[in-house]
Design a protein around this ligand. Sequence first.
Ligand SMILES: Nc1ncnc2c1ncn2[C@@H]1O[C@H](COP(=O)(O)OP(=O)(O)OP(=O)(O)O)[C@@H](O)[C@H]1O
Length: 542
Amino acid sequence: MIVHRRLLQLAGGVKGPIAVCAGLGLAVSAAYTGQAVLLAAALAALAGGDVPAAVRLLAWAFAVIVARAALLWVRESVTVWAGALIKARLRDRLIDHLGRLGPAHLTGARTGHVQATLVDGVEGLDPYFSRYLPQVVVTFCVPVALTGWLFTVDAAAAAVLAAAVAGVLVIPRFWDATLLRRGRGRWAAFAALASDYLEATQGMATLRAFGAVGAVGARLAGRAHDLYLTTMRQLRISLVETGVSAFLVQAGTAGAVLAAATAGSTWEAVAVLVITVECFRPVKNLSEAWHAGYLGITAVDGIEDLLTASPAVEDRGTRRDFPEAPAVAFEHVTFTYPGAERPAVRDVAFTVEPGRTVALVGPSGAGKSTLAALLQRHHDPDRGAITIGGVDIRDLTLDALRGGVAVVAQDTYLFHGTVAENLRLSRPEATDEELVAAARLAAAHDFIARLPDGYDTRLGERGATLSGGQRQRLAIARALLADAPVLVLDEATSHVDARTEQALSEVRRGRTCLMIAHRPDTIRQADHVVTLENGTVLETAA
Ligand SMILES: Nc1ncnc2c1ncn2[C@@H]1O[C@H](COP(=O)(O)OP(=O)(O)OP(=O)(O)O)[C@@H](O)[C@H]1O
């Protein structure tokens, strides 16, 4: 029996559904006990030759059985509802926090780990909250109540039963710490396997190209074997615990019945037998619920890691109005990535005048993407500041900043949705006409119109069904639709044709644009060129 402190805190918001499940569990136990007592009494009446009383008692027993069936149905429905509610609330909380952590967190964590936590961990927590925790309540209440009641019927049998119940509830607790530790080991192995599988699936084209599928397959087999070993290690403890509990249940039942048969009548022994069976029923059910919910318990570390991770930047700004036609100024900005030995950018100072374009150029690793990330506040500078229209971007709310800065990245992410859904990501309320107008300006309308369902065509994951240039033009249309006054543009090193080039100049028009540029043609179109080297500004040219 594991009642995890952190999981109880997480359950704070779902105490109501858990309490309802526990209440229904108690009602079901009461129905089982009522049925058993009525049947025992009916048998006693039959043995005593009182047939009418036996029939009356059997009729009551039948009514209780019907009521219990209804209660079981309600309990199952409520359990499934509670489970769905718990999962939805927990996932909302995790996704919300992940959104606040931003991309900086995902560069430090393996995506597969995060995915395993969000999908399998939360899925495993459903039975923990909706079945296991309510059953813990039932397991503590029912045996204690029935043993107490038995003391009024047969003290000797009750004493034997009390000892067995205490043993069943207390002895397995000695294994709890080991069980939890091994469970965590098993979760770590599971998350590692999930991460490797995700990576292998995503990188399959590269693995095939380099003939590395076999080697990765062998590594995955190794991971799967680790998972098997950790599962068996945990199972060994679980089985010992189950065996000890089963022994105590059988010994307690036999001992209590023996005590009753020695001291009282045969029918008293029958009554004790039915009570002991009902006394231990919740213990058996708890063990079943434990097997359903233990995956969630072991995933708690991943969930806690995610929930306690602090965002790379705090959303402490209060200004909601984004400056209009703003200048973007880097004021002696220095920034070192966490754990890095030297700054990625050092004392960088330049200004992008309102409505103008500055091309950032320089060799690989010079710090161009870092400056773009700082402008989007994926990180905050260690020294210096970035201002937009004279306002420090830390004074803007993150929502205001995101609404005012549009991004056309080189590796544009397209989701497994329709073209229209992907475009509306930047402005969900955009009308169909606005969608088409943006797509036309971005030179994307023609190829979209040729797709099987036009704007309603479903794109494959990451836009896999489109060419690189088409993906880039959709990204430009998305930025146009966002209609933000500041633009961060990471010029693609590949797939830039004349039409994409024209779309790029369209999206820059009237906007203050920071452009990571690679090609001489594009660099020539910029109003100013800032050359970076080793994180510092080498020269600024008009
Ligand atoms: N997440 C990170 N953690 C630690 N160091 C990083 C991280 N991202 C980049 N760096 C380092 O910061 C420095 C600047 O990298 P940055 O990506 O800004 O260069 P870049 O000029 O955009 O290069 P490229 O043209 O190749 O994209 C490099 O030394 C790089 O190794």
